[in-house]
Design a protein around this ligand. Structure first.
Ligand SMILES: Cc1cc2nc3c(=O)[nH]c(=O)nc-3n(C[C@H](O)[C@H](O)[C@H](O)COP(=O)(O)O)c2cc1C
Length: 291
């Protein structure tokens, strides 16, 4: 859809910042210190940068809710050390307080954080499922165990592995222990998929309109996880679900995933039952500078 974009000549400062930030050359400034002209509105992919950069609030972009461009204030800035500390504080939480439910208002704050994550080509096509039902999570875990049993068969099929690239075959063989241990934990009555979390968030998207679906979902979910942390909640990425879930038609139907969509990301959410008192160490980064 081609948006109507207007520039108010009374308030435009004629510096042409909109022409500089627009990645699609929608604006053209014929000469220095003149009001830019909107020449290619059809190219707009709704990034909002033209409106956000304009010092005179001279741009009205009719494709947006213009009230949702609040000014950047000093309170929004974060000290670098505080940010690093906050990032280092995040832990994968696998023990949840069963007695403390997560309110819908709280989950909505996470969704709001996801909303402002970057997406490839600004596609903004992610959809989120908020699963609060224990019964649904238990059924999903049972279906995941079936998928893990299938994976285990693949790990043990020496004839099939012999036909693969030896590096791929080695990796698949190495996963055997992992599948066995998750299956055995499940059979022992544990919940090795969702850790009895009060909430499971699953993100999916239409692959026909999304250029970088996995990256989009990863970034959006990470923003949700950081928002959760700021609200005192814990989260854990659940690759053991989203990496396998699309292989199961039963899971797809159960969650009403449309045919063109794929499940891309999932994480558990709840108030932690344990408190981490220290930050953790990590490997030294391997970095090469190319000059
Ligand atoms: C893409 C991805 C998938 C993950 N999947 C799982 C999972 O299925 N189950 C689980 O318990 N943890 C999972 N994790 C959590 C990692 O094990 C965890 O991030 C890592 O051990 C570092 O610990 P930390 O998150 O507490 O810093 C996943 C993490 C990532 C980034």
């Amino acid at each position: 859809m081609m948006p109507k974009i207007e520039i108010n000549p009374e308030t435009c400062d004629k510096e042409g910042l909109c022409t500089r930030v627009c990645a699609e050359d929608i604006f053209k400034q014929e000469e220095k210190a003149t009001v830019p002209v909107v020449v290619h509105p059809e190219r707009c992919f709704y990034c909002g940068q033209c409106v956000a950069v304009c010092p005179g609030e001279a741009i009205t972009h009719h494709g947006f809710e213009m009230d949702n461009f609040p000014p950047h204030t000093a309170e929004m800035d974060i000290e670098p050390d505080a940010l690093l500390g906050f990032l280092r504080m995040r832990r994968s939480v696998r023990n949840y307080n069963q007695k403390r439910p997560v309110s819908r208002e709280t989950v909505e704050k996470l969704i709001e954080a996801a909303r402002y994550a970057p997406t490839g080509s600004n596609a903004q096509s992610l959809q989120h499922l908020i699963i609060e039902s224990r019964q649904t999570m238990d059924t999903l875990a049972r279906l995941c165990v079936d998928l893990f049993k299938e994976q285990l068969d693949v790990c043990q099929d020496e004839k099939a592995l012999a036909k693969l690239d030896p590096r791929v075959a080695r990796r698949i063989r190495a996963e055997q222990h992992f599948y066995e241990s998750v299956i055995s934990d499940y059979q022992a009555g544990k919940d090795p998929f969702f850790y009895q979390a009060p909430v499971l968030i699953v993100t999916h998207a239409d692959l026909t309109i999304t250029s970088c679906p996995v990256e989009d979902a990863t970034l959006a979910s990470y923003q949700m996880m950081l928002m959760a942390q700021s609200l005192g909640l814990g989260t854990c990425y659940i690759g053991n679900f989203y990496e396998y879930a699309n292989q199961s038609q039963t899971i797809r139907e159960m969650l009403a995933i449309p045919p063109d969509h794929d499940i891309l990301m999932s994480f558990t959410l709840g108030y932690p039952a344990v408190r981490f008192r220290r930050l953790v160490d990590r490997n030294e980064p391997e970095v090469q500078w190319i000059t």
